[in-house]
Design a protein around this ligand. Structure first.
Ligand SMILES: [Zn+2]
Ligand SMILES: [Zn+2]
Ligand SMILES: [Zn+2]
Ligand SMILES: [Zn+2]
Ligand SMILES: [Zn+2]
Ligand SMILES: [Zn+2]
Length: 368
């Protein structure tokens, strides 16, 4: 550690070049002389100041035959040099105190050890190793790293993840375990990863649609009002559900019928035509007509046979004129009755024809 005086500064690229001699456009060079005690021993000055940049030597070396002290980075190209730690033997054994004694360092030793001491001196400056760009006294570093460095690792109290302190606020905006107050002002607090689910399924203040929306109830309300809405609208819900079911049923039947029609097609038509033909056949069925005609004919025949039989009986008995007259009168009456029956028969035939015509008219004409 003593060998490389500027080891802690290897990555210094701060714009705050407070502690570095501003040399051209580089970070090369030693530390600013302001660090040193105002009344620095001239002899000490000779052994710790860089003859190149005039700053406090960084990674001090003894250069050339003249043994000039220079920062490692200030040494001219090709110049022979050895680190001060090795060159110490050539440094006169002069008592010296720390160049930072006014800051509080009580170190005392040989002049040859002074640059080595500065590598460890608690009052010397270092850069924060977390690249937060802070330059501070070595003794402040521990506390800085523990509780001040913006680049220090901290543990998220919610998810136990490791985050840099400077990113903590941003992390809180993404941390899935971070507690959030429900935006519906229901009074609940939920982890970020659970909040959406709470709002979607639990939050009493989430505005939701009526559970009968599908059936036609378009009322929207807070989830906590749903139970009241349902119990106050039983009939409304029943009614719209009924309409929905009926409409659906009709639609399904219609679709089914359409489907069947398309499927059955011409076969079904033939079937219907056959049915119509069957009905026609039954109406013009000769058996039916014959039965009716026979009944009428029987009636006539029976009457005539009966009258003829009575006439024969009378003739055989040689009945008197009055009897004959009486018989003739009865015969006339029978004949008249017979005429009536014939008329009735004709009427029945006409009615039957009309009935037949009426039925045929009701049968739809077969499709062609
Ligand atoms: Zn220098
Ligand atoms: Zn010191
Ligand atoms: Zn830091
Ligand atoms: Zn977290
Ligand atoms: Zn809520
Ligand atoms: Zn409703």
């Amino acid at each position: 550690m003593a060998e490389a005086g500027g080891k802690s500064f290897n990555t210094v690229d701060s714009k705050d070049q407070l502690m570095l001699v501003e040399l051209k456009d580089s970070i090369y060079g030693g530390y600013k002389q302001e660090l040193l005690n105002d009344n620095l021993d001239p002899l000490a000055t000779k052994f710790i100041l860089c003859t190149g940049c005039n700053g406090l030597s960084r990674e001090a070396c003894s250069v050339g035959e003249d043994q000039n002290i220079m920062c490692l980075t200030c040494i001219p190209k090709d110049a022979t040099h050895i680190p001060m730690k090795q060159a110490r033997e050539s440094v006169p054994n002069i008592p010296a105190k720390c160049a930072l004694c006014t800051r509080g360092c009580i170190w005392k030793g040989d002049m040859g050890n002074l640059t080595s001491h500065l590598d460890e001196c608690e009052f010397f400056v270092v850069n924060c190793p977390n690249s937060c760009q802070m330059i501070l006294q070595r003794l402040e570093l521990e506390e800085h790293l523990k509780s001040d460095c913006t680049h220090r690792d901290v543990t998220c109290e919610h998810c136990n993840g490791t985050v840099q302190f400077k990113d903590l606020t941003k992390h809180y905006k993404e941390c899935q375990e971070f507690p959030l107050v429900c935006q519906n002002v229901c009074g609940g607090t939920f982890k970020r990863k659970e909040l959406q689910n709470h709002i979607n399924t639990d939050c009493p203040n989430t505005v939701i649609s009526c559970s009968y929306k599908l059936f036609g109830c378009n009322v929207e309300m807070k989830r906590c009002e749903l139970a009241d809405h349902n119990s106050n609208n039983i009939l409304v819900h029943l009614d719209c559900t009924k309409s929905y079911v009926t409409d659906n049923h009709t639609r399904v039947e219609g679709s089914l019928k359409q489907l069947q029609e398309e499927k059955v097609g011409s076969n079904q038509m033939t079937e219907v035509q056959q049915k119509i033909k069957d009905i026609e056949g039954k109406i013009t069925d000769p058996v039916t007509i014959k039965t009716l005609t026979d009944k009428l004919n029987n009636l006539q025949t029976v009457n005539i046979v009966k009258l003829e039989k009575q006439l024969a009986e009378l003739t055989s008995k040689k009945c008197d004129l009055s009897q004959v007259t009486s018989l003739e009168t009865r015969l006339a009456a029978a004949e008249a009755k017979n005429k009536t029956i014939v008329t009735e028969n004709t009427t029945l035939k006409t009615e039957l024809a009309a009935f037949k015509k009426g039925i045929l008219a009701k049968i739809p004409a077969p499709a062609t």
